[in-house]
Design a protein around this ligand. Structure first.
Ligand code: NAD
Ligand code: UD1
Length: 331
């Protein structure tokens, strides 16, 4: 029996595949490489010394997905595949809704047809919107400010409705905070195409000398030093959270939502200093205007995952920067 990992060649998916293989799980990866590279698959094999089945396929291609379920004994699905660039989702909303929502609908329909009822879904802290007080708890109201965020809010609702209609399903919705870092081998990590939008990939390029300086988006927020505060979580901690969720899915039916965050908030300037220390390189920056759609602070109340999944983030911001730098240096 195998775990099907959609989007397993991507950033979080590849780290989760490593942890699954290390735990002795059999896995099957499906990815269309729209935001990842085939080399990642060999890196996963190299790190773990284990092999797995791979399908290059698009979730929108129903026949290809049907074939995966008919050719394999799939026991559960971890569903990472989706488009995730907030700015792009504003200019290409239909592409985002189609890829993320239709892709999930096809996956769930084919799961039902194949009688596969266990699903872990990648949601995001973005579903807490602009109006909730921090720290965010899973029972707070959800909303979004861009099409990417709405796809997460809508898919969460679809999965809840699926469970209501079919209570033999067992679904875990994981709301990730800000994943950072890389595998300690330096063989897999976050490698966005072009100029990064997110903070640590951008800082990594500045530290390496590939970009001249970071622009800090605002220093007049109501936070410890005026810059934006976020809950950064090491991608390997995050990956391990999926194993805990999977373990729980195997013991019960239901639909549960968990924050996967550290519960700690770090400012942009704290991240800059931690990265400088970890890399031994300067990270020059200038203060610029606020970025549209940004909020002052975003961090998790991680207690529910601690109590019910027996999972907790263990790695520090410094660890995240060290591992990100190791990966960046090797590229
Ligand atoms: P990623 O882009 O690195 O990985 C996603 C993978 O899915 C890629 O390999 C891509 O090629 C694949 N994919 C996309 N659409 C597909 C389709 N239709 N068919 C087959 N494969 C497809 O992203 P990531 O950072 O690893 O994120 C994984 C999931 O976690 C996404 O759903 C994302 O929205 C969610 N998430 C990410 C973050 C983050 O900061 N990275 C935060 C919260 C939630
Ligand atoms: C962004 C997305 C969010 C997504 C998350 C994880 C937006 C508005 N939100 O969140 O939906 O779930 O990524 O992928 O895009 N910063 C700078 N300079 C930079 C880049 C970032 O100062 O060049 C600051 C931001 O203002 C923020 C912090 O760094 O305070 C983190 O930014 P980022 O990495 O983009 O993540 P989020 O904004 O939290």
């Amino acid at each position: 029996m195998a775990v099907l990992v959609t989007g397993g060649a991507g950033y979080i998916g590849s780290h989760t595949c490593v942890e699954l293989l290390n735990e002795g799980e059999q896995i099957i990866i499906v990815d269309n490489f729209s935001n990842s590279k085939p080399e990642v698959l060999n890196q996963i094999r190299k790190i773990t010394g284990k092999d797995f089945q791979f399908y290059q396929a698009d979730l929108l291609n129903r026949e290809a997905i049907k074939k995966i379920f008919s050719e394999n004994a799939v026991e559960s699905v971890i569903h990472f595949a989706g488009l995730k660039a907030v700015g792009e989702s504003v200019s290409l909303p239909l592409r985002y809704y189609h890829n993320n929502i239709t892709g999930t609908l096809i996956l769930c329909e084919e799961m039902e047809a194949a009688n596969v009822k266990r699903l872990v879904f990648s949601s995001s802290a973005t579903v807490y919107g602009m109006n909730n007080p921090v720290p965010y708890r899973e029972d707070m109201p959800t909303s979004a400010t861009n099409p990417y965020g709405w796809t997460k809010v809508m898919i969460e609702q679809i999965l809840k409705d699926l469970y209501t209609a079919n209570p033999t399903f067992s679904i875990s919705i994981l709301r990730y905070f800000n994943p950072v870092g890389a595998h300690e081998s330096g063989l897999i990590g976050e490698d966005p195409n072009g100029i990064p939008n997110n903070l640590t990939p951008y800082i990594a390029k500045v530290a390496k000398g590939e970009l001249p300086k970071l622009t800090v988006y605002g220093d007049d927020y109501d936070t410890k030093d005026g810059t934006g505060v976020r809950d950064y979580i090491h991608v390997v901690d995050l990956a391990k959270g999926h194993l805990s969720a999977l373990k729980k899915l195997r013991t019960e039916t239901g639909v549960s939502i968990y924050n996967l965050g550290s519960g700690e908030g770090h400012s942009v300037l704290e991240v800059v200093r931690a990265y400088e220390k970890a890399s031994g390189r300067p990270v020059p920056y200038v203060i610029g205007p606020r970025r549209a759609g940004d909020i002052a602070s975003c961090y998790a109340d991680p207690k529910k995952a601690e109590q019910e999944l027996h999972w907790k983030a263990t790695k520090s911001l410094y660890d995240m920067c060290l591992d990100s730098w190791r990966f960046t240096e090797k590229k």
